[in-house]
Design a protein around this ligand. Sequence first.
Ligand code: HDE
Length: 695
Amino acid sequence: MAKQKKPTQPEKAFHAGNAGELHQTTDQRDSTLTTNQGVAISDNQNSLRSGERGPTLLEDFILREKITHFDHERIPERIVHARGSGAHGYFQAYGDLSDLTRAGFLCDPSIETPVFARFSTVAGGAGSVDLPRDVRGFAVKFYTQEGNFDLVGNNIPVFFIQDAIKFPDLVHAVKMEPDRGYPQAATAHDTFWDFVSLMPESWHMILWAMSDRAIPRSLRMMEGFGVHTFRFVNAKGESTFVKFHWRPKIGSASVLWDEAVKICGADPDFHRRDLFEAIERGDFPEWELSVQTFDQATADGFPFDVLDATKLIPEEMVPLQPIGKMVLNRNPDNFFAETEQVAFHPGHVVPGIDFSDDPLLQGRLFSYTDTQLSRLGGPNFHQIPVNRPRCPMHNFQRDAIMQMEVPHGRVNYEPNSLDPASVRENPGAGFTTHPATQSGDKLRVRSETFMDHYSQARLFYRSMTAPEQDHIVNAFAFELGKVETPEVRCRVLGHVKNVDAELCERVEQALGMEGQAYNIPPAVEPIDMAPSPALSLLGKAKPTLAGRKIGVLLSDGFELAIVDQLLALAEGEGAVVELIGPHIGEVESDGDTAVSPNHAIAAAPSVLFDSVVLAVSEAGAEAMKREAAVLNFVRDAYAHLKIIGFTASSMALLEMAGIDVDDGVVELDSGGGATAYLDMAKKGRLWPRAAVIKA
Ligand code: HDE
């Protein structure tokens, strides 16, 4: 338990440059503030002026250098995925995959390949909140011994569009509307829904975007997907199609929409903080990498096209094969240098991994280098430390803006005879493209095999558990409730009807628009596929507290023994327990120990925790029971279906909040006590309560 530290005296302010010595030793210089030219700075508090109260002089090169650098601190943010959080770690293969691929890092379990992962929202700007309804980017750079491999995926296995040529339209439609500059980081507005109501191909992805996947509880609890079909190529040159899947070790979880809304206010950096703090405390996030591999004949047998990024291959049709794990164990030293400057590119592949003809992927292969040229300023972005390969890298590309290398010698071309030691191509080790046969007329067409837009959207909806389906209905009701143009709403409903008639009725009812769905004839009549339970997060969730957070509300006089026992048991389950006091100052227990809470109640609403415990004294409960922050803490925890632990002395808070004790409201000082509470808390939420409170 966090015991109160003695407050220390504030340290005296230290001003550099007051050493009073003209000549410094090397040690002194190392700690001396300098300009970018290495000139020691004597005064970092005052600019150069003419007279004590006179104007500042243009001559002040120290001031000008400092301000100029500051003025240029920002670089253009990413056009999409601007808001992100990253971490370093490693990837380790489970075994030898050489029958499928010659990529060395997948064939040797003794190799720990360094990685840098960046998770992001898509639509919002760099300073936007962490929990809008949005797709999350899931990008991993593997610094392999054969070059960098970037798996630039999302937390949803399909995409909105089939052809890269529609990407600028999609992004324009989802981002802030151009005349009014809002909404920030939100799909709930007319231009987005107008666009997708005219794009039947987006409807599978829309169902995912309206689901719990778009409001993850933590970046550490997200699945990730490579989305496109790629190729593995082995040393014999044999190619196999492959889809990549990441699965978090601590399981997946999402927040409820009302929690997301409130978290955005209470802690806009909720996900970034969660990732950073987990790594700081040594609770390293881990994912398992799996693949689905299949050949052309299998692909030909599917009722969809594996080159169409709006389709997935149900795991029940092609099972996942686990091939390795990723552990993130180090936070960036500097957010800008690493997380902001990291440059991912689906075209960064290594020998043994190759592309398919997916037209979305093909467009991406152009886009990512192009965007770095404007974002990072030129073609030398691979020299930025976070982007640099960790294997030897040498060629005759030269010069250009911000060149950091100093190449030696006369020779900067190949072939050459002047430098026999200079680098040459290597047919054996070098990357070779799989010689897929290509033929056909040059056409601007969409294949007939891409035309079934609703079957998999229906598959997704029907594979959800009842609470997950309810959330989809609520999400549509919220989003369309923000759409001002009635025709757009009616057109959207028309697509929802094609996905599932009952879903459409529920959404119509929620909007008060019964029978108003337009009739939109599908290009291809949807088929009913067998439900895929693997698509449901709730369905496959296992009881756990690993990586989850419990908030314990205390007041003076709280029962130390109960709280100490809870802490020990919860930490044994891998949970993080944080103490919340009436204020941030120390709280006295019923013994002679005082504790320092992690939070004051005013700054720690229950939305920031997976489960809460009320452990106040009777006097504390009396004193706090009319405080809005306390009542909201308790009511929200209940309304968000959370498991609430309480001590008998805290009962007044439950009564004041009007809460009936149900299976999810567990007393700590009777019956099974803390163990019974934790067993319930492992289940996450008490879903049947939703019916009682009509959530
Ligand atoms: Fe991206 N995408 N994208 N994208 N994407 C970018 O590259 C683009 C797509 C994804 O953390 C940009 O460096 C096009 C699918 C992630 O830095 C840009 C198309 C998937 C990230 C770009 C797509 C993604 C990006 C913006 C359609 C999932 C963030 C900044 C053809 C498989 C990576 C940048 C990071 C970023 C273009 C579609 C994932 C503009 C043209 C599909 C995770 O180049």
